[in-house]
Design a protein around this ligand. Sequence first.
Ligand code: RET
Length: 276
Amino acid sequence: MIETVVADPSAASVAMTQGELFQEIAANRSLALSFWSNIALAGLSILLFVYMGRNVEDARAQLIFVATLMVPLVSISSYTGLVSGLTVSFVDVPYPGGGTEEALIMWGRYLTWAFSTPMILVALGVLAGSNLTKLFTAVVMDIGMCVTGLAAALTTSSLGLRWFWYAISCAFFLAVIYILLYEWPDDAAAAGTSEIFNTLKLLTVVLWFGYPIFWALGSEGLNVLTTTQTSWAYSLLDIGAKYIFAYLLLRWVAANESVISSVASGTLGSAAPADD
Ligand code: RET
C-alpha cells in the first residue's frame, strides 16, 4: 500500500502502513538505536543466562532461572515488534491546553510488559519464599497495571480519561510496590535470602518508579519529552530493570542453590516442613 503516501505526511500518518512506520523509525537513527540496543542486549543476556543456568538442578532454582530467562526472551520479541513498526502507531493524543497532536505511540511496550513484569515478580516471589496468595496478588495487580497503562496510551477520546486510566494503573502499581516493600522482605528474612532480595527490591522499586514518571513527562503524557527521549528513557530503565536485575539474581541463585532449595514457603513450597 505504498501508494497511500500523500503530500501532507502529518495528515497521512494515522493511517500509515507498517512498512511506512518501519521506514519512519529507521530514519530516526536515535529512536532506532534505542530499540536495537535492547535487541542486542536481550540476545546476549539470553545466551549468558542459559550458560549460567547449565548446572542448576534444584526445581525451585530452575523456576527462578526460567522465569528470569523469560524477561530477555520477551524483551527481544517486544523490541523486534517496535523496530519493525508492528507495535507502534501514530495516535491523535489530546494534550493539556485543548489541542490534539499526532504522536508515535510505542504501545507494544505496555503490551509486552504484561508478559515480562510478571516473570520478574515470580522470580522475586520465589526468591523471597512468598506464599501463593501474595505471589498471585502481585502478578495480577502487575498485569492490571500494564493493561490499564496500555489503555491510557491508546485512549484518544478524552484527555481526562487518559489520565483516569493512568491513575488506575498507578493504583495497581502501588499494590505491587506494597508487596515488594512490606510483604516479601519478611518472607525473605525467614527464607535466608534477605541480602540479595533487599538489593533486588531496591533496584526494582527505584527503577519501576521511573516508568510512570517518564510516561507522564513523555509524548504519551504531558509531552515535555520527545518520543525519542521517552523511548531512550524506557530503554535505559529496561537495561537496569531487566538485564542487570536478572544478572544479579541469577548469579546469586547459581551460587546459592542450596539456600533456594531449602526455602519452605506457604503453598509454593517444594520443600515440605517434614523435609527439614
Ligand atoms: C505505566 C503508565 C501508567 C502508570 C504506571 C505505569 C508503570 C509501568 C511500569 C513498568 C515496568 C516495566 C518493566 C519492564 C520490564 O520488562 C504503564 C508506564 C504505574 C512500572 C520493569
